[in-house]
Design a protein around this ligand. Structure first.
Ligand SMILES: Cc1ncc(COP(=O)(O)O)c(C=O)c1O
Length: 464
């Protein structure tokens, strides 16, 4: 097995990235990954574009992973890369943590799934209820998508209202009412203080555009005005306290507080989407910010690497799902694999390992990484920035300070593509947006290696 190393050659175009530098980077990538390229050709025969998950598809072809172990991933060509994205922030203990593997293996011996609950689901629920301040009762699903969908449905049933409010640039999974203004064209997005509701892709029904009202992130006055104007029709405001697609950007506390205050006043259910941000402290970002929503959507880390989602909140809202009444549940909710024992076993082992000290440790390493990256950006005078909080970070390809979706308008997409492929060439895996995370198995030496690789890629992109 080999680690792809940098030749350190410069594109020669000093002070700006260029299409030809990116082309060279891609040629190098293609040369180092022939088996992944061939597998991608095969994949195209049975999967559209060779793909089943847009977030892990990229040009000219993705790497195909053969193995993950600790902090490392090995692809079909035998290239090893340090995994700085951990299945989109999921694997907080890294790949194949011994306790997680032990728990999963023990469950394999007892059966993969049952047509009745197990003790594990109760233990898992107790762990989450014990940690996440807003969650008095919880229900399990199999994805973050289902978590936000069910939290929104509960809010509609609870309030008797239809509309929801979400932030421009916020991603809450792949269902219709939230597939609105996640990534709208800047020419279609309308007034930045009163954004248009823009369909994210074909197939999203017109009713979702009518039902979903969009507010700007981090603008308390504009958000409050929009919510008040629609108040009596709004069932829920859903928000990521750390917004993934804007670069793991923490909200300004006054924005979250304004949402908390206005929703409480108007009888609207406030939903925190903590599918990513639950990894910033044992009680998630709601504990970090000291602001408690009515409902919380969760996913990723709570399943220890297996498919998962969960939603929970105030007992009076979660009572909607209680089947233990004569009329049955007011909101029905089934799912063949909800709370399945395999995911529960992996989730319990992961959460038990995640002590407050470990959250602090990965947060400190995250802070160290962000500050070292900023130093390199300053030294090389690259038109970039770094955002993030705790163990989460993202590279930004603009010098504009990121506060909301519109701040991304000036981002340099060529440099972003160069950085993503360049870091793969250097032996480091990120998301295609160049977001990443520290997991518990990442070492300070790997952080320094990441920073050195980042510097080399910038040099090849022309910032020498
Ligand atoms: C904030 C947020 N909410 C919801 C989801 C959807 O989760 P899943 O991909 O498990 O459906 C994601 C996925 O990345 C997410 O980042």
């Amino acid at each position: 097995m080999t680690t792809i190393s940098s030749s350190g050659s410069s594109s020669g175009a000093s002070g700006s990235t260029s299409g030809s530098a990116l082309k060279q980077e891609i040629e190098r990538y293609a040369a180092a990954n022939p088996k992944s390229a061939a597998m991608h050709e095969r994949a195209k025969e049975s999967l559209p574009g060779g793909d089943s998950r847009n977030s892990i598809w990229w040009k000219p072809f993705p790497i195909y992973v053969a193995r993950g172990d600790g902090s490392m991933m090995t692809d079909l060509d035998g290239n090893e890369r340090v995994d700085f994205i951990s299945n989109m922030t999921t694997l907080i203990l890294g790949h194949r943590h011994p306790d997680v593997i032990k728990a999963v293996e023990a469950q394999v011996d007892r059966g993969l799934s049952y047509p009745a609950p197990s003790e594990l689901v109760v233990e898992w629920a107790e762990l989450i209820v014990g940690r996440v301040p807003s969650v008095e009762k919880v229900r399990f699903v199999n994805s973050g998508t289902e978590a936000t969908l069910n939290a929104i449905r509960a809010a509609r049933a609870f309030t008797g209202r239809q509309k929801i409010v979400k932030c421009e640039g916020g991603y809450h999974g792949a269902h219709d009412d939230v597939a609105v203004s996640v990534d709208p064209g800047f020419d279609k997005a309308g007034d930045e203080l009163a954004p248009e509701s823009v369909r994210d892709y074909e197939g999203v029904p017109d009713k979702s555009l009518d039902h979903t009202i969009v507010i700007p992130y981090n603008n308390p006055a504009a958000a409050e005005a929009i919510i008040r104007a629609n108040g009596s029709e709004v069932a829920a405001v859903i928000v990521e306290p750390v917004i993934g697609r804007l670069g793991m950007l923490p909200a300004q506390p006054e924005f979250l507080q304004a949402l908390r205050d206005v929703t409480r006043e108007l009888g609207i259910v406030l939903i925190f989407d903590e599918v990513i941000s639950l990894r910033i402290s044992p009680g998630g970002s709601q504990e970090y910010f000291g602001i408690t929503p009515d409902m919380t959507a969760m996913g990723k880390i709570i399943g220890g690497g297996l498919p998962v989602g969960a939603f929970g909140g105030k007992s009076e809202i979660m009572a909607l799902f209680d089947p233990d009444s004569e009329a049955g549940p007011r909101v029905k909710h089934a799912g063949t694999f909800n709370g399945n024992p395999m995911t529960a076993a992996a989730g319990i082992a992961t959460l038990r390992n995640m002590t407050p000290e470990l959250y602090d440790q990965i947060a400190e390493l995250g802070e160290d990484l962000r500050s070292k990256l900023r130093n390199v950006i300053a030294e090389r005078e690259a038109p970039m920035g770094v955002t993030g909080i705790a163990s989460l970070f993202s590279l930004q390809f603009t010098t504009v300070q990121i506060v909301d979706y519109r701040s991304l308008e000036s981002a340099d997409k060529t440099l972003a593509a160069h950085m993503f492929i360049g870091m793969l060439n250097e032996g480091f895996a990120l998301s295609t947006q160049c977001a990443g995370n520290i997991s518990a198995v990442i070492t300070p030496e790997q952080v320094d290696g990441f920073v050195a690789a980042f510097s080399s890629v910038l040099e090849r992109a022309g910032y020498g």
